[in-house]
Design a protein around this ligand. Structure first.
Ligand code: DX5
Ligand code: ZN
Length: 213
C-alpha cells in the first residue's frame, strides 16, 4: 500500500446489496472498508452492529476499518474484534480511560484508532498520539453521510501531524471528495474515508482513483 489509504464508507452503500457494493469498491482498488457503527445515543442515528461486521468479514479480504460512534465503546471491543475488525476506532469524547481502551484494542492484535468530533481541539489528544495507530479527524458532525466538509476541522491535521510519530495514520471522515481530499492530504492526512462521493458517483472506479490522485 503506497501513499494514501482509501477507505470507502458503506454507510452510503445499498444495504440490501451490501456484498455487491463491497465488491465494487474492492475492484476499484480500495485499501480498507469503513464501517460506521452508531448507537442512537452517542450520535442521533442507528446503523450497523456486530453480526453485520461478522458477515461482511466472510465476503471481503479488505481490512475492516470499524468506526465506533457509540457510548461505552470499551464494552464492545471484544465482540467487534472477534467479528473481524482490523482497525477499531473509538471516540475520544465517549471514553474516560483512554489508555485502557487503547491497550484493550491492541491486545487483540489489531490497530487502535481514536476519533475527535468537530468541537474537540487537537491539543486535547496530543498526549495520546504515541499510543495510537490511527487518529480520525471528523470533518462533519458524526451521524450521517452526505454532509458538507468543515474546513476548520481539517486545520487540526497539521497540529496532529507535527506532534505525531512518523507512522501514525491520520484519517479524515466527512464530506470527502476529490477537492476536499486534496486539502486534507496537503495538510498531512494519509487516509481518506468517503461515502457519498464514492457510492453516489456514476463511476466508482474513477471516484476511488480521483481520491488517490
Ligand atoms: C459520518 C460517518 C462517515 C460517513 C461519511 O458520521 O462517520 O463515515 O459515512 O459520509 P460522506 O463521505 O458521505 O460524508
Ligand atoms: Zn465514519
Amino acid at each position: 500500500m503506497s501513499g494514501v489509504i482509501i477507505s470507502p464508507s458503506i454507510l452510503s452503500a445499498d444495504f440490501a446489496n451490501l456484498e455487491r457494493d463491497i465488491k465494487r469498491v474492492e475492484k476499484a482498488g480500495a485499501d480498507w472498508l469503513h464501517i460506521d457503527v452508531m448507537d442512537g445515543h452517542f450520535v442521533p442515528n442507528i446503523t450497523i452492529g456486530v453480526p453485520v461486521v461478522k458477515s461482511i468479514k466472510q465476503v471481503t479480504t479488505l481490512p475492516l476499518d470499524v468506526h465506533l460512534m457509540i457510548e461505552n465503546p470499551e464494552k464492545y471491543i471484544e465482540p467487534f474484534a472477534n467479528a473481524g475488525a482490523d482497525i477499531l476506532t473509538f471516540h475520544y469524547e465517549a471514553v474516560d480511560n483512554i489508555e485502557g481502551i487503547i491497550s484493550l484494542i491492541k491486545a487483540f492484535g489489531i490497530k487502535a484508532g481514536m476519533s475527535i468530533k468537530p468541537k474537540t481541539d487537537a491539543e486535547e489528544i496530543l498526549q495520546y498520539l504515541s499510543l495510537l495507530d490511527l487518529v480520525l479527524v471528523m470533518t462533519v458532525e458524526p451521524g450521517f453521510g452526505g454532509q458538507k466538509f468543515m474546513q476548520k476541522c481539517a486545520e487540526k491535521i497539521p497540529v496532529i501531524k507535527r506532534n505525531a510519530p512518523d507512522d501514525l495514520i491520520i484519517q479524515v471522515d466527512g464530506g470527502i471528495n476529490a477537492q476536499t481530499a486534496r486539502i486534507c492530504t496537503e495538510y498531512g492526512a494519509n487516509s481518506l474515508v468517503a461515502g457519498n462521493y464514492i457510492y453516489k458517483s456514476e463511476n466508482i472506479d474513477l471516484a476511488v482513483k480521483s481520491l488517490r490522485n
